[in-house]
Design a protein around this ligand. Structure first.
Ligand SMILES: Cc1ncc(COP(=O)(O)O)c(C=O)c1O
Length: 330
């Protein structure tokens, strides 16, 4: 039987996001860049429950409910979009949320951290060294909760396991319905689940577009392996999957100063894009992916006249800690 969307239509999911998100043609940017640029607005999938993570949570939290969970545990950086979205989805479903945050100290309540505190999420600080063992810390806390009679459910970093990445398999169906004959699809890569889902979705929908992820930490060599592990696990849900991720699915060189750090030029770039077309990119993920896309257009990896879809994965609250870098006088 040929691979089709029926292969995963029966896997349970909640409806948490406003879907389908729009695909918008960017006329002025297209003229400037010499390509036909479309933006898939996953930043519009909601407000506090928004961005790419919410698509993963639709599957993960369905599973949590099926298992009778009353508390969701997850992890991420201090400004984790995933942790924030998980907290709000859990609240919406009447669950408790506990989040392990790398580098949480006495940071002021801004951006994602503000929203996590607003929702009264239980937060646990982990030093960068301790964060390496995040899965163990979450497991230990889950055992404590179980001993107290609770039913915990652990979501890995970024919601990036096979179940979560189904959200982006499904997103690929929206993409092919909304934009025909794409040559390239560009996304940020932080933990790999979004890219894994898009690659699997590309096989299911017979999409010929090249899918290129721009790592915001680590590099394409490391991510190709991580994405392949997710794709391998995805076969539990879609046994016919054969697609694999290769280093050619990545565009390296845009991590800049490091994860969640931004140079002055990168911040200026965010301002420029707002001025040019009103899109708000975030400094941690989408702006780095956008810079990767611009570089690929400049160096010819994306040829002129190509039809390109940029996946806007959200992250707007990650701008808040950088607010002082944007002066009114500029
Ligand atoms: C706004 C935003 N864009 C992109 C990503 C990367 O997605 P993934 O973790 O699935 O690679 C993340 C999370 O890591 C995110 O929060």
């Amino acid at each position: 039987m040929p691979l089709s969307e029926n292969h995963f239509a029966n896997i349970g999911r909640l409806e948490l996001a406003n879907l389908p998100t729009p695909i918008q043609y960017q006329e002025r940017l297209s003229q400037q860049l010499g390509v036909e640029l479309h933006v898939k607005r996953d930043d519009l999938s909601g407000v506090v429950l928004s961005g790419n993570k919410i698509r993963k949570l639709e599957y993960l939290l369905f599973d949590a409910q099926q298992q009778g969970a009353d508390t969701v545990l997850t992890c991420g950086g201090v400004q984790s979009n995933h942790a924030r979205a998980t907290v709000y989805a859990a609240r919406q479903l009447g669950m408790q949320a506990e989040v392990f945050l790398r580098g949480l100290d006495n940071q002021p309540s801004s951006g994602n951290l503000f929203f996590m505190r607003l929702a009264n999420a239980t937060t646990y600080p982990l030093s960068p060294d301790a964060y390496v063992e995040r899965d163990k810390h979450m497991q230990k806390r889950a055992e404590e909760l179980q001993a107290q009679g609770h039913a915990p459910y652990i979501i890995p970093e970024g919601g990036s396991n096979a179940l979560g990445s189904l959200g982006y398999v499904r997103s690929m169906l929206e993409i092919v319905q909304g934009a025909n004959d794409l040559d390239f699809i560009i996304t940020a890569v932080g933990s790999g689940g979004t890219l894994a889902g898009l690659l699997a979705g590309a096989q299911i929908t017979h999409t010929r577009a090249q899918i290129i992820g721009v790592p915001v930490c680590d590099d394409g060599h490391i991510f190709a392996q991580r994405v392949n592990l997710i794709l391998q696990d995805l076969r539990t849900h879609i046994p016919e999957l054969t697609i694999q991720s290769h280093e050619s699915n990545f565009c390296d060189g845009h991590v800049g100063l490091g994860y969640a750090l931004a140079t002055k030029q990168e911040l200026q770039q965010i301002s420029t894009v707002v001025k040019d077309c009103g899109l708000v990119l975030d400094p941690v993920y989408t702006n780095k992916a956008f810079c990767g896309m611009l570089a690929m257009i400049q160096n010819g990896r994306i040829p002129q006249q190509s039809k390109v879809l940029f996946l806007h994965t959200g992250g707007i609250f990650g701008l808040a800690p950088f607010a002082e870098n944007f002066s009114l006088a500029d």
